[in-house]
Design a binder for this molecule. Sequence first.
Ligand code: AMP
Length: 481
Amino acid sequence: MTRPSHGPEAHPANAADISTPSFAALGLIPELLRAVADQGYEEPTPIQVKAIPPILQRRDVMGCAQTGTGKTAGFALPILQLLAQQANTSLSPARHPVRTLIITPTRELAVQVEESVRTYGTHLALRSAVVYGGVDIDPQMKRLHAGVEILVATPGRLLDHLHQKSVNLSRVEILVLDEGDRMLDMGFLPDIKRILAVLPPRRQNLLFSATFPDEVRRLAKELLHSPVTIDVAPRNAPADLVSHQVYPVPALRKRALLVHLARSRDMRQVLVFVRMKRDANRLARQLVQDGVAATAIHSDRTQAERMQALEDFKQGKVPVLVATDIAARGLDIEQLPFVVNYELPHTPEDYVHRIGRTGRAGLPGEAISLVSPDEMRYLEDIERMLKRKLPRASAPELARGTRPGHRPKDGTHKRPAERPQARLHAAPRPEAPAFDYTKPYEPALSGPPARPEHARPAHRRPERPTAALLGGRPAKREPHK
Ligand code: AMP
């Protein structure tokens, strides 16, 4: 096997001004080049350009990247290459020892990462498995017993396997901690420390995180040796493709405003965030009563309910999906045009995570926040982190609406306030009457029921296996609020 032709020196970790090299120029082997071509990837994303060469050089990496940037291929491709280049020729019982361990905070992300590993490794003879909690452990034990080189796991279930001695991590060469900030938010630090304690001390470590609060930095300091730091967006700043709008609105008027926005802005696929899981169900139910087809996803729902909710949303059958932060983590929903913060998160990092659901894959997105007076302090925290004031939407804009369904395909999509005046004055649809959120809620505002059959299919690429994706019991640490 050839060594990579370009190392980090040729593609400096922080160089932003070089033209995009091809996957081949990053030094990937033909089997992987075929796999990315199979996926229709034409060129590497910025995180891939920056991450692949140093990982191939066995450097530790600290990557500041959100889901949706192509980060999974950014680490999976070079890992596959490193493992393939040094194939394990041992015929001992540990024919397929775990050589790479990838830890993720949620089972949804674990399933998606393992699927990506399998997809990119399709032309290589490497095995992978995923283990996560909330489902029967026995099939996972059988799979592990058969041997895998790459194991993707959530921390709790991995510890279960360690206790049951169904997995041996003494041959791990590469450790990946994905979504490090979320992992610490969810209280997984003690579990991670227990896992680190059974890994061989000499190994390559990769830490990815969308944000870098102090706890993540501390973990990075302990874990990483002379890491290459890569940053695909300004630190703690969300993608440029996302436009932000803040609607100051009394809490009791939020629902009516959401209904109005969903109609007047022709929102065919919108992820709506609430903070507490009990509110997710209630809001979805109320939206349905208001005539807007909606469903909820949160960790108290059964596996079948969550699967159904996500499927309906992905297929475009239900345009509104109400979610809590944790339930939405790791959901791979492509090209989501709108995210609505029905309630602001209490930590600015969560805002970044939430709106990371939109503005993906080079397409523009809108992050709309409905902010009641008591939430203004959270808005200030967010603005402080983003180092800018987010634009406030005005009542006249609300009243006039925007041209329904207008979303240019050329990437020039702008906030309504930035569009030409003529469009701002376009006649509202009959079901989108002028909205005055200073007046009490009137049921008439809700208009006729939404027509989900008009919704476009949201997903153009092959579906991921949602049965596994949404498997089992409620997520371990969903806060009960
Ligand atoms: P991730 O950030 O790893 O969750 O990836 C987000 C999405 O981008 C996934 O659906 C990938 O299939 C897709 N993707 C990853 N790399 C590329 C690429 N180089 N070109 C186009 N799409 C990509």
